[in-house]
Design a protein around this ligand. Structure first.
Ligand SMILES: [Zn+2]
Ligand SMILES: [Zn+2]
Length: 344
């Protein structure tokens, strides 16, 4: 099969590799769409994967074309998205089904081969099925959409509340969509005029640019109160400060953005955390337990309203275009939200 193999930092090669075979309790998936995550930009250009060579790609879906022992043949032809985490099933977190907190997990596309390829063998347990009426590209948004869904759920956002989202990347926008579905008023804070225009086009009319006077502007549009919940989706010092400053007394801060370095905050902002009794919650990955399966909830939403999500897919590539794809997606002068590899 064809696959994009990361052989070293900055060396992504599209080449022929052996097609995997499904083992016991696994299915062979023909990959139809795989999103390029901003964490993949770092893997390819800066940090590499856990070992080389690795096939990156963890935001994927496809159709089952073969099954291993213990899996019903009737599943052949079924469409599925894949939870990319392979838990150890031995640690305490796994016993409590908090798989994202597993002490010794494996992960498609970073710790083991992922889905910038034509085929992948995955455990049936990791598959969530979807109907033939949902397009593969929208279904492949299920991973980032579940990460955002999880974060919004942790914020306990309710109807009529005001939510501030700091950042305008894929996860940030998806957080906005989920918060809006919960009936919240959503205010975005970004740095890019083109993104602001895009947000307006998809129905988010309150987007403030992070310029001088932002704090006053925020106060003004929230009657001097601040917002109920702030979601920090960037990971920079500035975004962290903005998120805290946007909050009202006893508000909730949800941290999602991966940190871009050591974090430090000004003393007056630290005071605000104390005096305003801000609740701070970290959010990581998504829930995939028998009690709470974010993936299942998200898939049903994608099926019922695919259009709203399809706008996020701005670029589609073939596997052979992998280097061009990364150049385009990381070029700050080119407007992009989500890029994807598509296999026919
Ligand atoms: Zn990702
Ligand atoms: Zn575990």
């Amino acid at each position: 099969m064809k696959a994009c193999v990361l052989e070293a930092i900055n060396k992504l090669v599209c080449k022929e590799v052996p097609t995997p075979e499904p083992k016991t309790d696994e299915v062979l998936l023909k990959i139809r769409a795989c999103g390029i995550c901003s964490s993949d930009y770092d893997r390819v250009y800066k940090t590499g994967t856990y070992h080389f060579p690795t096939i990156p790609g963890h935001e994927f879906c496809g159709e089952i074309v073969a099954v291993g022992n213990g899996v019903k043949k009737e599943l052949i032809g079924q469409r599925a998205v894949v939870f990319p985490l392979l838990p150890c099933r031995k640690c305490l977190s796994c016993k409590e089904e908090h798989f994202a907190q597993c002490a010794n997990y494996n992960y498609f596309g970073s710790r083991c081969d992922g889905a910038f390829a034509e085929y992948i063998a995955v455990p049936l347990w990791n598959c969530q099925f979807f109907s033939n009426s949902l397009d593969f590209d929208v279904a492949a948004l299920c991973e980032p959409a579940s990460v955002a869904f999880h974060a919004v759920r942790l914020g306990n956002i309710s109807k009529g509340q005001t939510v501030c989202i700091v950042g305008t990347g894929t996860i940030a926008i998806l957080c906005g969509i989920w918060a809006q579905k919960k009936g919240a008023r959503v205010i975005f804070i970004g740095r890019n005029t083109r993104k602001k225009e895009f947000l307006e086009q998809i129905g988010f009319h309150e987007c403030l640019l992070d310029v001088d006077g932002l704090d006053d502007a925020l106060k003004q549009i929230t009657n001097g109160q601040g917002v109920d919940v702030a979601l920090e989706c960037v990971g920079s010092d500035r975004a962290l400060e903005t998120s805290i400053l946007s909050l009202k007394q006893r508000g909730t801060l949800i941290l999602i953005g991966n940190p871009d370095g050591n974090k430090s905050i000004n003393k007056n902002i630290y005071w605000k955390l104390l005096r305003s009794e801000i609740t701070v919650k970290g959010s990581w990955n998504s829930d995939y337990s028998s009690q709470q399966n974010d993936w299942n909830s998200v898939l049903r939403e994608l099926e019922s309203n695919p259009r709203q999500f399809s706008y996020l897919i701005t670029h589609k590539f073939k596997l052979e275009q992998c280097n061009e794809a990364f150049e385009i997606m990381t070029n700050k002068t080119i407007f992009s939200i989500k890029g994807m590899f598509i296999n026919d």
